[in-house]
Design a binder for this molecule. Structure first.
Ligand SMILES: Cc1cc2nc3c(=O)[nH]c(=O)nc-3n(C[C@H](O)[C@H](O)[C@H](O)COP(=O)(O)OP(=O)(O)OC[C@H]3O[C@@H](n4cnc5c(N)ncnc54)[C@H](O)[C@@H]3O)c2cc1C
Length: 496
C-alpha cells in the first residue's frame, strides 16, 4: 500500500525533525526517514551551546550572530527545561590592555545584538579569588563574564520529533531507503525497517534532503542527475572529563593558534572540553578522536589550569562532522556556520529541498525558512507563522511540589528527570507511590517505567539509543546491568 504524504524528509538530525515538527503543526502530512537513531549523526556530537557565537564577530558574521541570538532567546522560552542560560567566563590569558579592550568591545556588541533582555549582561570578573583561585593558574587574575545558553542536543532532537508525532507525522528510525524514484507527479520512496525487515512505501510531491554531512553522498546515490550541492566537512572532537567546574560556570579559552575552545558543565561530576576543527575526507559512519586531538585539547585547557587535566580524567570522547557551506576561500575555522536552502524542481514538477550547513542554534529558523520557500511552490499550504512553539515537556512545573510528591525517589534521579524530560517524566511517574512501583531497577537510577516510556514513545531500539542519546547514563554504565537492559529492550521491541 502506498501512503500519500505532502513531504518526505530524509534525516532525523535537528534540521530534519524541526522541519517535520513545524510542517506537521501546519497540518501537512509528513514522513521522516532516519537510517539509524534520531540524532545519531552530528546532532548528538555538538558542544551543546545555544549561542550567537561570540567568535563569529571576529569574522564579521554580524547577521548570523544576530539571527542566532534571536533564536537563543526564543528557544529558552520554547524549552526552558532543556535550554538553560549559563554564564561564560573568558579568563584573560594575556594580561594585555589591548586584548581586554577587544574582548570587552566584542561582548558589548554581543549584548547589543541580543534580543533577550532577561539575560545578565557582560562585565569584568576577578579570578584570583575563590572559587576560581585554586582552579586557574596564579597568573590568571581577571576575565570577562557573559551570558549564553546550553542544552542537551540529542534530547532537543527527540523533543522536536515528539512534537511532530503529536501532529500526526510519521517518524521512521532505523529505516533503509530501498528505492527513491520520481513516479509521475511525486516522489516515491520504499523503505525497510532494519529490525523487522518490513517495507513501507510513501509518495509525496516534496522531498527534503536533511542528511547533514551525508547531503552530497545522498544526492550522488539517489539523485544523480540533479545538480550537486557543495559542502566542506569539518571534524570536531570533544573530551568528557571527570571534574566539576567551579560555580557551574562555563569557560571560553583562547588558544595559542588563535582558535577558541569551550569548557562547559556536563552531567553532574563531569565537564565537556571541545572542540577541534579538522578538514575531513574519511567515512561518515566511522570516525573517532585522534591522539593528536586529545593532546591539543588537553594542552589548550591546561594553559589555564592550576591542576592540569590528565588522560586518566577522560571519561569518554566523541567526534562529529560539521557540514559547512564551502566558499572555497576560508579555512575550516573561518567558514560561515550559516545555512543555505537549495530548492530544485524537475520537469515533472517534483521538488527537492536540500539543507546545507547550519547550527543547532538556528534549526527553528531554518525549518521556518524551508517552509516559507516551499510555500512559494505550494501556495495552497496554510499560512506560516513565525512563533514560539512550546516543546513537549516544557509545561510549567512547581519543582518544590514535584520533589515533595515523589520524595520516595532518590533526589539525583528526580534532578535528572527534570533536566532531561521536564514534565514528560510525569508520563511514567503519575500514580507511583513507592520505589517498587517503578519496576525493574537496572542500576544508576534507571527503572523499568522510564525504559518502557522510552521504548513506547521515544523510538528507542538499542541500549546506545537509551544510554547515550535519550539519557547520558552511559557515563555510569558500570553501575547498570547493561546485559539485562539489552535483553529487556530486545524482548520488548520484538513484541511491538
Ligand atoms: C564538534 C561540533 C560541535 C558543534 N557545536 C555546536 C554548538 O555548540 N552549537 C550549535 O548551534 N551548533 C553546533 N554544531 C553544529 C550542529 O551540531 C550541526 O549544525 C547540526 O547538528 C546539524 O544537524 P543536521 O540535522 O543538519 O545533521 P545531522 O544531525 O547529522 O542529521 C542528519 C541525519 O541524516 C541521517 N541520514 C543520512 N543519510 C541518510 C539516508 N540515506 N537515509 C536516512 N537517513 C540518513 C543521518 O543518520 C543523520 O542522523 C556543532 C557541530 C560539531 C560537529
Amino acid at each position: 500500500m502506498v501512503e500519500k504524504k505532502d513531504i518526505i524528509i530524509i534525516g532525523g538530525g535537528i534540521n530534519g525533525v524541526a522541519i517535520a515538527g513545524q510542517a506537521a503543526r501546519l497540518g501537512l502530512k509528513v514522513v521522516l526517514i532516519e537510517q539509524n537513531d534520531l540524532a545519531s549523526g552530528t546532532s548528538s556530537k555538538s558542544t551543546q551551546l545555544i549561542h550567537g557565537g561570540l567568535r563569529y564577530l571576529q569574522q564579521y558574521y554580524f547577521s548570523l550572530v544576530k539571527k542566532a541570538l534571536h533564536e537563543r532567546s526564543l528557544l529558552i522560552k520554547m524549552a526552558p527545561h532543556l535550554i538553560k542560560p549559563v554564564r561564560f567566563i573568558i579568563p584573560y590569558y594575556k594580561e594585555s590592555a589591548l586584548r581586554r579592550l577587544v574582548i570587552r568591545i566584542g561582548l558589548f556588541i554581543y549584548d547589543h545584538l541580543s534580543a533577550h533582555k532577561g539575560l545578565e549582561k557582560a562585565k569584568s570578573i576577578r579570578l584570583n579569588v575563590a572559587p576560581y583561585r585554586p582552579f586557574f593558574k596564579k597568573s590568571i587574575k581577571s576575565g570577562a563574564i557573559y551570558s549564553d545558553a546550553w542544552t542537551h542536543d540529542s534530547r532537543l532532537v527527540v523533543e522536536w520529533a515528539l512534537l511532530a508525532k503529536q501532529y500526526q507525522a510519521t517518524i521512521l528510525t532505523y529505516h533503509t531507503i530501498l528505492e527513491l524514484t520520481e513516479a509521475g507527479s511525486g516522489w516515491q520512496v520504499v523503505t525497510e525497517d532494519k529490525f523487522s525487515q518490513q517495507c513501507s512505501t510513501y509518495k509525496a510531491n516534496i522531498l527534503i534532503n536533511a542528511t547533514g554531512p551525508w547531503v552530497e553522498q545522498f544526492q550522488k546515490h539517489y539523485l544523480a542527475e540533479w545538480p550537486t550541492a557543495k559542502l566542506r566537512l569539518v571534524k570536531g572532537s570533544h573530551l568528557v572529563l571527570k571534574r566539576e567546574l567551579p560555580d557551574n560556570k562555563a569557560y571560553l579559552f583562547e588558544c595559542a593558534d588563535g582558535r577558541v575552545i569551550f569548557l562547559t558543565p556536563y552531567e553532574p561530576g563531569y565537564c565537556l572540553l571541545g572542540t577541534t576543527e579538522l578538514e575531513y575526507h574519511g567515512p561518515l559512519d566511522d570516525h573517532s578522536i585522534e591522539p593528536a586531538e586529545i593532546e591539543y585539547l588537553l594542552a589548550a585547557a591546561n594553559a589555564y589550569m592550576q591542576t592540569p587535566f590528565e588522560r586518566q580524567d577522560i571519561a569518554t570522547t566523541f567526534s562529529g562532522i560539521r557540514p559547512l557551506l564551502d566558499d572555497e576561500i576560508h579555512n575550516a575555522h573561518q567558514l560561515s556556520r550559516d545555512y543555505q536552502l537549495q530548492l530544485q524542481t524537475s520537469v515533472k514538477g517534483n521538488s527537492v529541498l536540500t539543507v546545507l550547513g547550519g547550527k543547532l542554534t538556528t534549526h527553528r529558523r531554518l525549518a521556518l525558512d524551508a517552509l516559507i520557500l516551499l510555500q512559494k511552490i505550494r501556495p495552497c499550504w496554510p499560512a506560516i507563522k513565525d512563533e514560539t512553539i512550546p516543546l513537549p515537556g516544557s509545561d510549567l512545573l512547581d519543582e518544590v511540589q514535584f520533589r515533595q510528591d515523589y520524595s520516595f525517589m532518590p533526589m539525583p534521579v528526580l534532578s535528572r528527570y527534570l533536566r532531561c524530560y521536564g514534565t514528560l517524566c510525569l508520563f511514567w511517574l503519575r500514580g507511583k507511590n513507592i520505589l517498587a512501583d517503578l519496576g525493574i531497577d537496572f542500576g544508576a537510577g534507571l527503572y523499568q517505567v522510564e525504559v518502557d516510556y522510552l521504548l513506547a514513545q521515544e523510538w528507542v531500539k538499542s541500549v546506545d539509543d537509551l544510554l547515550w542519546r535519550r539519557t547520558r547514563l552511559g557515563l555510569c554504565a558500570e553501575e547498570i546491568d547493561v546485559g539485562r537492559l539489552k535483553e529487556y529492550i530486545q524482548r520488548k521491541n520484538v513484541y511491538k
